[in-house]
Design a protein around this ligand. Sequence first.
Ligand SMILES: [Fe+2]
Length: 269
Amino acid sequence: MGVHVTTSEEPTAHARLVDLHSHVLPGVDDGARDVDEALRMLRVAEEDGIATIAATPHADSVTPQQILDGVAELNRLAADAGLRIRVVPGSEVRIAADLPARAADGRLVTLADTPYLLLELSLWGDWPPFLLEAIYSCQVVGLWPILAHAERYPAVQRDPGRVLPLVERGVLVQVNADSLFGRNGRKAQWAAEELIRSRAAHLIASDAHRSDSRPPRVRAALERAAAVAGEEYATWMAQAAVDVLRGAPVTPPQPEPPRRRRRFRWLFR
Ligand SMILES: [Fe+2]
C-alpha cells in the first residue's frame, strides 16, 4: 500500500509530503521547548518523508513577527544541520468574532502566506452557536478556513456530521495523524476514521509538539486513511495538503453523511 503525491513545490527523490500543522517553532508555545528539540522534530519529519512543514504556534502566545523571524531562523539552523526540509510560517488561531479585524490589521499569520488559516475551537467547550457566522465573516475578508483536529471536539465525537455545514461552506477539515492510532482516545480515533471514511475530512497533519511523544509524522496516518477510505482518497488527501501550501483552491468530493457514534454498543451485541 502506498500513498502517492503527484506534485510538490520542492519535489525531492524521497520526500514529498506536507505537514500543515505543527508546534515546531521553539520556545513560543507548548511545542518544541528549545532549538535542539525543534531540530530533532525536523529530523523525524524528514525521515517520515515530509518535505515541507508549517510551524503553526498558538496565535495567542506569539506575535506575527516572532513567527516570521522564528521560521527564518529555524530554516537557517536546519540547513546548517544538513536537513532538507523547509519550514513555512502559519499559526493556529482560536475562532473568535474579531478575526476579520485582526486579518485587516495584519495580525494573523496564514499558512505559507496563502489565504488558508488554521482555526481551532476550544476542546472543552460546546460547539459554538456563532461558528458558521464567524466562518462566514472570515471568508468575506478573503480567508479560507481550515478546521484543526476536528475529531478532538466532543460534539464531533458524538456526531461527526456536525462538520457538514462547515464543509458545505467550503471549510477544509483537518484530523490529527496520531488520533488515527488512538493517542487522543478511542472517541477521537473513531471520529477521525468516520470523518475520513465519509470524506468529510480532507487533510491529515501531525499537530506535533515533541520529537518523541507527539512527533511530526503523517505517512502512517495516510496509510491508515487508505485502509479506511481507499488509496485513491488517501492520495487525494496528501495532494490536498500540497495544494493548500501552494494557495490553490481545493475542491473536495461530496461527503457521505457520517454515522453517529453508537452509545451503549453492548446493548446491540
Ligand atoms: Fe495544534
